[in-house]
Design a protein around this ligand. Sequence first.
Ligand code: CP
Length: 313
Amino acid sequence: MRHFLKETDFTAAETAEVFVRAARMKSGRGTESPALARQSWGLLFFKKSTRTRVSFQVGVHELGGQPVMLNADDMQISRGETVADTARVLSRYLHGMVIRCHEHSLLEEFAASGSMPVVNALSDFLHPCQFLTDMFTLAERLAPGRPEAYLDSLRGRKVAFLGDTACNMANSFVLGGAALGLEVALAGPAGYEPGEQVRAQLKKDGLAPTFSFSVDPAAAVKGADMVYTDVWVSMGMEAEKAERLRTMQPYQVNQKLMSLAKPSAWFMHCLPAHPGEEVSADVLQGPRSIVFDQAENRLHVQKAVLAHLASSR
Ligand code: CP
């Protein structure tokens, strides 16, 4: 049984295959083969979502399957039914699960207890569907029209990640960046270094770290091929809002910082964005911003992930 809980669950060869499949699904939308025909996939959300929820729902439908939307608050799991029993029961009805949750361990327990593929639609630890999509989106610009070269086009590229460098998206860059051979320059306030969990995962996967951490945003952005940021106040961090807005101010991606990156550098953001906080409105809406390509590509890349998992059973 294959799952996609973290960036390193796919080998480099599989990632290259997913990129080619996603490009084919993007250009041939509406003519793709029904990889999930007669299947039902559960989409279980413990947290709010716009892009992930809709792109997976549409994606399962376009692959010939039935998406079953599940709100955790409406289920017995919110009244104490165990994760393991929920996984065992749902495995009797469904062919796969997409889950957005808080603790990453819930995904691992669900995958271990059930008998169907599980996809991480964001946990407090990682956001692998977003990372994979971001890499696909960047590669579209680096190797236009050559999906078979997408993976190679990323190797050795410098990406700068600014702001909340301890969040799940930053962790995904630390882990996925090491797997794909990216140079990942993180810049955020002291105390926001990548944590023990992601360092331990690198070790477990036998990957040498390819990230650096600095409190200097200019040093991180210098010579970057892509500049990335995420909201400063992630879901669940609302109590720290005032402190975060104050300490992360120097890490706002604006025209001045973008001018230090390569002239060809792109700006990326997983969205939702807070213009005026982590990114200035002119960068977010400017010609170097490819944030809406990222959002669109969630659909195509996730369809490729689902088709890949379905064919790997
Ligand atoms: N980027 C992302 O995961 O968006 P949603 O929270 O809207 O799903």
